[in-house]
Design a binder for this molecule. Structure first.
Ligand code: DPP
Ligand code: ZN
Length: 888
């Protein structure tokens, strides 16, 4: 497979300015006709002598005919097909005064397209996925984002009874009957130039909910419609409401308005990603669309809202202004993730809660990626398969980089930069450098050093040291940095100072700009020593290291006093982390750390505010994956045990109080009645807190009596709950119970009931698989293996596959169990999936590449599986890239 490099970019010598297409959907195959208007590209440096090259995946396309200006071309004479390219000699264009219409007719087979890229069939509907390079599986085309063309007419023809709904990008301009054989057609036209990756059509027997939204800047009435298979129509309202909120938010926050008369969303059950922002016709994974309280958790609701926002926000950051080449992916993704994070924070009415969730995710996923063999800058330098670079780094770290602009330039400065960016680049395919220039020019600042964030991989470290000069009444904060960059990065470090006695804030948040290897900042006029609160709100994606002689004391102090919600939470996390690591090393109980942890936990537990989510997050111990990031070599079994032991000792210490609080919340929530599940922040927070408490209570299960109490408690909640949030939380506790027959009967009864009540609902079944895959039972691998044989399991549906296999590979203590059985299991599944869906297999294969993080024995066993995959023939380029990087 060929590696592509960022620095090799060349503009296209020729361009498609306009395209019209016809899709003749027949049972078993589809004929695609494309008319491409082609001109020489004035932007290209060396043009006229280069042949025209059209991308087309040989394996997916059968070329039936090709015409130029309606004259048939001869294979071998007028054109040739070589591998994945259709090549037309440049003379054809020059002999036509630099402009011509090329018509191709190809046959494709959506019915056997298991890669879910290009046109494929999901259940009874046809749909497309073209990002990044799926359009070349539909037709021959310069399939790269810098070819922005007008899709004049896209005609879709199919059987009317089977596929009554025919959708395309833009506006529907015509529809009607074709003949007496029951076929019909629709023609869609999109007035905005777009790259091929934003192309989409859908044909199916779909139900929908609809509404209208009137934009405020210019009063345009937009028809909004969300489609799904008929049986799911009752679960579409939340997505529709989220869409309206997104439209309103983008007008309020960035002055950005929607630009077409229609906005359609289609929910699809077989989908590689979360969702796709095709112009005017988003396609969504059902898991990120369908919601009712009985099947979706609160987190599902929140994710749906944020992803609907994300795809909507792409209309400006991605579609109107797109990427010049795929190396620039973070230009649209980092920016759009930043936008959806801010949107969600506003909708939840708590940016601290949102920040805690986002930083947790960043540390658990992106930090690990950046420390492993797939480490890359947010703007990668090379790829074999672009699909492998839809990563936490490009998305989440990319969003952190955007957030740093906002932190450095302020709210108004950032908005000025955004305005200039759209003013300069609307309708164009541009680069990350263009974005940076717009930010710099709009604010008349020099951001040349900031540029390094685009080319530096790995997580930088920021260290700080402090000194208080009593005589001068000055406090000195020394910051230093380390990263993989040769020269220092430009890092915004938000700092506040608290009086070391009273805990009162004496210096409010100030953004320090760390631009050198080491810098000392002075704070004058301080009457007494202070405790600094550094990197407030996680102002940069770095690891922060203090140098205080008594760090734990400072954390305890900050956990009690910091006015910054994020850092208060963070201080508590540091204390928990410290105790877990000490426990892992076999430290004695009754240590001072334990006292600090108990004190912080008690304070949080005792809080009597309405901010239940903050309270809940303050009580949760750092995840095993976040903890693993702090260790050079991880023993997942020991880590799991240490974290579990700490959880248990907290639970035992506060058992009575936790139980009292749990009961109090239960009583408060009972008023809401069956089915009447409220989704406001307070209700969500109450459920979140209560389920954290349940988890603590259920961790106490060392004796038969304790197991009886714990399983009974979880069972009671399971039986009393109507909504998925509480039901699933209770089931999670039950799923990890074993011992006495009565305990196991409760567990198995609940699992069976959950399965039966699902009545085949795909999303609920996914949860049923997941809850068993992540359970903490000694024979979990054996259980997962039997679930692979379950009639409801299939490797060809990505959601189902993730719900069992990927979930299990996240169950670290069991996946990494000694002997390597977990690795072997994953390796074998990855090999099978690679034959069906390379995007899926390469993602799943990522579970094996972090072998350097583990002991030599574990590492060797993981590598053994990687070698087996590397030697597999054939292997997809996607999986090859991940595996070979993993073995390097
Ligand atoms: N562009 C999509 C998204 O991030 C991913 N395919 O929303
Ligand atoms: Zn996106």
């Amino acid at each position: 497979p060929k590696e592509i490099f960022r620095t090799d970019y060349q503009p296209l010598p020729y361009k498609v300015t306009n395209i019209s297409m016809n899709f003749d959907i027949q049972d078993g195959y589809t004929i695609v006709t494309s008319d491409l208007t082609i001109v020489s590209n004035p932007d290209a440096s060396s043009t006229t002598m280069e042949d025209l090259i059209f991308d087309g995946e040989a394996e997916a396309l059968t070329l039936l005919s090709i015409e130029m200006n309606e004259k048939e071309l001869q294979s071998g004479i007028d054109y040739k097909v070589e591998g994945d390219a259709l090549i037309v000699p440049h003379q054809l264009l020059s002999s036509n005064n630099g402009s011509m219409v090329l018509t191709t007719r190809v046959k494709i087979i959506p019915e056997t397209n298991t890669q879910l890229s290009g046109l494929y069939k999901s259940g009874s509907m046809y749909c497309t996925q073209c990002e990044a390079m799926g359009f070349r599986r539909i037709t021959y085309y310069p399939d790269r984002p810098d070819n922005m063309a007008i899709f004049d007419k896209v005609r879709i023809e199919a059987n009317k009874e089977l596929y009554p709904v025919l959708l395309g990008n833009g506006n529907k301009i015509e529809e009607g009957k074709v003949d007496e054989n029951g076929r019909h057609f629709a023609i869609w036209s999109d007035p905005f130039p777009k790259p091929s990756y934003l192309f989409c059509i859908v044909a199916g027997n779909l139900g929908s909910v609809s509404s209208t939204y009137t934009t405020r800047p210019s009063g345009r009435t937009v028809h909004l419609e969300v489609f799904s298979e008929h049986e799911n129509v009752s679960k579409l309202d939340h997505a529709l409401t989220s869409l309206k909120k997104s439209m309103m938010w983008d007008e309020d926050t960035f002055g950005l308005e929607y630009d077409l008369d229609v906005y359609n969303i289609v929910a699809v059950n077989d989908f590689n990603m979360g969702a796709m922002e095709n112009k005017g016709l988003n396609v969504f994974n059902t898991a990120l669309t369908l919601a009712d309280p009985k099947s979706a958790t609160d987190s599902d609701y929140e994710r749906i809202e944020s992803v609907v926002g994300h795809e909507y926000f792409h209309n400006w950051t991605g579609n109107r202004v797109t990427c010049r080449d795929w190396f620039q992916l973070t230009l649209k993704e980092g920016l759009t993730v930043y936008r959806d994070q801010e949107f969600s924070g506003d909708m939840m009415n708590s940016h601290a809660v949102k920040r805690i969730e986002d930083v947790n995710a960043l540390r658990a996923r992106q930090f690990a990626e950046d420390a492993g063999p797939m480490s890359h800058p947010i703007r990668p330098e090379s790829y074999i398969s672009m699909d492998n670079f839809y990563t936490a780094t490009v998305y989440e770290k990319g969003a952190e980089v955007i957030r740093m602009y906002r932190t450095l330039l302020g709210k108004d400065g950032f908005r000025k930069g955004m305005d200039l960016y759209f003013k300069r680049h609307d309708g164009n395919a541009v680069t990350c450098d263009d974005f940076l220039s717009a930010m710099a020019d709009a604010n008349e600042v020099d951001l040349s050093q900031f540029k390094l964030w685009y080319s530096t991989n790995g997580t930088p470290t920021v260290k700080y040291g402090t000194r208080y000069d009593e005589a001068a009444k000055k406090f000195y904060l020394t910051l230093s940095q380390e990263s993989s960059s040769d020269t220092p990065l430009h890092i915004p470090v938000a700092v506040g100072l608290l009086d070391s006695v009273s805990g009162k804030e004496v210096v409010p948040t100030k953004v320090l700009e760390l631009k050198e290897k080491e810098q000392t900042f002075e704070f004058p006029g301080l009457d007494g020593d202070v405790v600094p609160s550094v990197l407030r709100g996680f102002s940069a994606p770095v690891k922060l290291v203090g140098s205080s002689s008594d760090e734990e004391k400072d954390w305890a102090f900050l956990a009690a006093n910091d006015s910054d919600g994020f850092n208060r939470w963070e201080a508590g996390q540091k204390l928990y982390t410290s105790l877990i690591f000490q426990t892992m090393k076999g430290a004695q109980s009754g240590s001072r750390t334990l006292e600090f942890v108990f004190e912080a936990f008690r304070r949080t537990l005792d809080l009597d505010s309405n901010d239940y989510s903050i309270q809940a997050y303050g009580l949760i111990l750092p995840s095993e994956s976040t903890l693993a990031e702090e260790l050079d070599v991880v023993d997942p079994v020991a880590l799991h045990k240490a974290r579990g032991d700490v959880k248990k000792s907290i639970a035992r210490q506060f058992y009575t109080e936790i139980r009292a609080k749990y009961d109090k919340l239960t009583a408060a929530m009972q008023g809401s009645g069956d089915g009447d599940i409220k989704l406001d922040a307070t209700s969500i927070g109450q459920r979140r807190l209560r389920n954290v408490l349940l988890d603590y209570l259920c961790s106490v299960k060392d004796t038969p009596e304790e197991r009886e109490v714990a399983s009974q408690l979880a069972m009671n909640q399971f039986q009393a709950s109507y909504g998925m949030t509480d039901r699933y939380a209770a089931l999670s506790c039950l799923a990890s119970m074993h011992g006495e027959a009565s305990v196991e009967t409760r567990r198995d009864t609940a699992l069976q009931k959950f399965y039966d009540d699902a009545e085949g609902d795909a999303l609920i079944l996914n949860k049923w698989f997941t809850v068993q895959a992540v359970a903490d039972l000694p024979d979990v691998l054996h259980r997962v293996k039997s679930l692979v044989e379950h009639p409801d399991f299939t490797l060809s549906n990505p959601n189902r596959c993730r719900s069992l296999i990927s979930a299990f590979s996240m169950n670290a203590a069991h996946f990494h169990a000694e002997g390597g059985e977990g690795y072997k299991f994953l390796g074998e599944i990855v090999a099978q999936v690679d034959k069906l869906n390379p995007q899926m297999s390469s993602r799943m294969g990522g579970g094996l590449i972090q072998w350097r993080k583990y002991s030599e024995e574990r590492g060797a066993l993981m590598k053994e599986e990687l070698h087996k995959l590397a030697n597999m023939k054939p292997i997809s380029p996607d999986l090859f890239e991940v595996v070979s990087r993993g073995l390097k």
